[in-house]
Design a protein around this ligand. Structure first.
Ligand SMILES: Nc1nc2c(ncn2[C@@H]2O[C@H](COP(=O)(O)OP(=O)(O)O)[C@@H](O)[C@H]2O)c(=O)[nH]1
Ligand SMILES: [Mg+2]
Length: 290
C-alpha cells in the first residue's frame, strides 16, 4: 500500500518546516517518510525531495518566459503538471510500500478557484497508483492569540480546503512553541503552560462564542445575523478542532503522526515487517481511538 499526506495551509503557516520536522522525527523511530515538493517556487530543502515538481517545471522560468505574475505562474505550473501526469506516474512508480509527505503551495487558487490540487489527489488515488491519501491543514497559532477574526477566517479556509480535497483532513495549530502566556509570561514551566493551555484550548476546540462576542462588538448590528450564520456553519462541521503542533516537542510530533496515520488507516491491513514499523502501543495510544 502507498500512502500520501498532502500538507496544506496558507503561505508561511509552517508547512515546509513541519515536513522536515516530521521526517526527522520519523527517522528516530526508524520509519521512512519521503519528501515530495509540489511548490514550483521552493528554493532550499532540508531533505532532498524524492520527487520535485521543479524537475518538471519551475515558476521562475514560467514568470520570465511567459511574463506571468507569481499566482498566474503557479496556476500555469499546476496545469502543466496535470497535463503531464505521465511524468508524475513515472516519478512515483518506484514507490511501493511507501509513505510520502507532499509539501503543497498555500495559494487558495489551487484548491477552490480552480480545483487543481483536488484533481491531482484523485489521480493519485486512482489508476495504477492507488494511493491512500489524507491531508493536514496548518493554521498559525499566532492568529488565535492576535486576531480572532483572522483565526475564524482561517477556520473557514480550512473548511473550504477540506471540502474541495474531499479526503480525511487533520487540522493542526502550528508554531505552538511561539505561544506566549498572558501578561508577558513565557509559557515556560508547568504553571505558565497550564494557563496557556486553558486559553488556547478555546481555539483548539473552536469555541465559537469567542467569534460571536467579538464580531458582534465590532460590527454594525445588521451584520449580527450573518455572524450567527457563520458561527452555525463552523459548528456544524466537525473539523473545527485543532491538534497543537509544537515541532520542538517530540511528544507533539508523535501525537500528530499517529493521528495522520489514523486518518488513512496506515498499516492496519498489512502484516508488520518489524516491530518498530508498527504504530501501536509505543505511540501514546491515541492512534486507535475507534
Ligand atoms: N518558531 C517557529 N517558527 C516556525 C515554525 N514553523 C515555521 N516557522 C517559521 O515560519 C516561516 C515560514 O515557514 P515555512 O515552513 O517556510 O512555511 P510554508 O510557507 O507554510 O512552507 C519560516 O521563517 C519558519 O522558520 C515553528 O513551528 N515554530
Ligand atoms: Mg513552503
Amino acid at each position: 500500500m502507498r500512502y500520501a499526506v498532502f500538507v496544506t495551509g496558507p503561505a508561511g503557516a509552517g508547512k515546509s518546516t513541519f515536513c522536515s520536522a516530521l521526517i526527522s522525527h520519523a527517522q528516530t523511530m526508524k520509519r521512512t517518510i519521503h519528501y515530495v515538493n509540489l511548490d514550483p517556487a521552493a528554493t532550499n530543502f532540508d531533505y532532498q525531495p524524492a520527487v520535485d515538481i521543479k524537475d518538471l517545471i519551475n515558476l521562475e522560468d514560467v514568470m520570465e518566459e511567459l511574463e506571468f505574475g507569481p499566482n498566474g505562474g503557479l496556476v500555469y505550473c499546476f496545469e502543466y503538471l496535470l497535463n503531464n501526469l505521465d511524468w508524475l506516474d513515472e516519478e512515483l512508480g518506484s514507490f511501493e510500500d511507501d509513505y510520502l509527505l507532499i509539501d503543497c503551495p498555500g495559494q487558495i487558487e489551487l484548491y477552490t478557484h480552480i480545483p487543481l490540487l483536488p484533481r491531482l489527489l484523485s489521480h493519485l488515488q486512482s489508476g495504477n497508483l492507488q494511493f491512500r491519501i489524507s491531508a493536514v491543514y496548518l493554521l498559525e497559532s499566532q492568529f488565535a492569540q492576535a486576531d480572532k477574526a483572522k483565526f475564524f477566517a482561517g477556520v473557514m479556509s480550512a473548511m473550504s480546503c477540506m471540502l474541495s480535497l474531499g479526503c480525511g483532513m487533520l487540522c493542526l495549530m502550528s508554531k505552538m512553541d511561539l505561544i506566549k502566556g498572558p501578561a508577558g509570561g513565557t509559557g515556560k514551566g508547568p504553571q505558565g503552560r497550564k494557563k496557556i493551555g486553558k486559553e488556547i484550548g478555546r481555539y483548539l476546540d473552536t469555541d465559537t462564542t469567542l467569534l460571536l462576542e467579538d464580531a458582534n462588538k465590532q460590527t454594525n448590528p445588521r451584520f449580527h445575523a450573518l455572524n450567527q450564520a457563520i458561527v452555525n456553519l463552523i459548528e456544524d462541521h466537525s473539523i473545527v478542532s485543532f491538534l497543537p503542533l509544537d515541532i520542538t516537542n517530540e511528544d507533539s510530533l508523535t501525537s500528530v503522526l499517529s493521528h495522520i496515520d489514523h486518518t488513512m488507516q496506515y498499516g492496519e491491513d498489512e502484516e508488520p515487517k518489524a516491530p518498530e514499523d508498527l504504530d501501536g502501543g509505543d505511540f501514546g495510544g491515541d492512534g486507535d481511538a475507534e
